[in-house]
Design a protein around this ligand. Sequence first.
Ligand SMILES: *Cc1c(COP(=O)(O)O)cnc(C)c1O
Length: 489
Amino acid sequence: MNFIETRGNDGSRPVSVSFSQAILNPMSSFGGIYAPEVIPRFGETFLKESLDKDYKALARDILDIFQVDIPGELVEAALATYDRFDDPANPVPVVKIGDRLHVSELYHGPTRAFKDMALQPFGVILSGLAQARDEHYLIMAATSGDTGPAALDTFRNKPNIKVACLYPDGGTSDVQRLQMVTEDADNLKVIGIHGNFDDAQAALKRLLGSDLFRATLVEKHTQLSAANSVNFGRIIFQLIYHVHSYLELVRQGHIQLGDKVYMVVPSGNFGNALGGYYAWQMGLPVEKIVIASNANNVLTDLINTGAYDLRDRQLIGTSSPAMDILKSSNVERVLFHLFGAARTRELMRQLDEEKYYQLNEEERQAMQALFCADFCTDEEGKAYIKEYFEQGYLMDPHTATCMKAHASCCDQPLHAIVYSTAEWTKFSPSIANALTGEVDAHDLDALKTIARLAGTEVPERIKQLFSKPIAQKTLVNKEDIEKEVLAFL
Ligand SMILES: *Cc1c(COP(=O)(O)O)cnc(C)c1O
């Protein structure tokens, strides 16, 4: 199976590339990204036969359907990373929390957020490919708090890979920051910057455009790659758990094979939702994908009105910061599959130049046939956290955004799967505040508050973070990032 470019081909690159090429060099012509040439279909009996397979076997089968050009041993090594999850036999528990309402918990990996689902295996594959080709890669990441820890964890001491990770100092939770700054491997560099996430991202962009930076990379025989969700190497691992979650509902006796479900996805860059879209197009029975947003509700507007409009929008800081995103990169892949490369290029050019595009009526209907959307304010989210906690289920603020979208979109009597993207330990200050109305001064206090209310303990791996030595002490102004990264290289 080959991958082609979402904005068409500019003549300077191959017209189509293999899976491994799309992973190693994820950017394509006209600023586009790679998407599968055609979306493959499950065979007639695939879902039935998968019922008695475990997560890894399902993953292996799906990678086979995409005919990925990755050696078998490397695939096995990648899938072995799921052994680091709480339950290696079932890395993604699916639990019932209400009438026809289920939560697929995607946060049982090493860094306690759903980024591990894809980044754990992806890290093994990227490093394996780099070693086989005797190439060296630098991964640059700007993080609002979850991608950073997950990328650092997966690439720790991995041959042929270096990671430089920028985070906004003060813009993450204590737990997220500690997960990053206690990483002491030689191939990892963590840089705190004075500023917010937008500043970190803008600084990253500037650096990528710098001549001195590029010359240094050439001199060090190092290439740039990306570990964000524009990389299809991440998306493929985000499709597996959607299929798994559906099969779990069948195994648990809640639905029959063939019954349709709603998938309710807390969305930012749309990688998680895109995985659901691919699973559906491959043959998973889905009624709608429900896109949940926070107050940064561009996706809600896109799906309800057909307009992607950034003209009068400022990024709003919310208690679900991993969804504080205005330019949602993976929507582009859906546009491409629905409307083709020429139209996608036109829409994305408009968005870049005019900060706005409007789908026509037919296109809007095509989107609404797949997606329904709603957004949730922090206040509404807090109320959901409290309500579900009182019924015995503890959820984080990202997951909580789903409950409103679930209420407004799931109007058929079908089962719904809500995707839970973070453990409570990562966003304890907002959760404690939702539960008590009080503001704890530190994460550790908030963690203890929640643990006490829930009758549980603060997990050891989280408690340990607070006494680990700080290995990454770099904290700089935006202007000095280039110097720091060059020194690291
Ligand atoms: C990354 C992230 C999201 C958003 O996922 P996308 O794939 O970017 O839409 C939601 N919640 C949490 C906790 C995350 O870390």
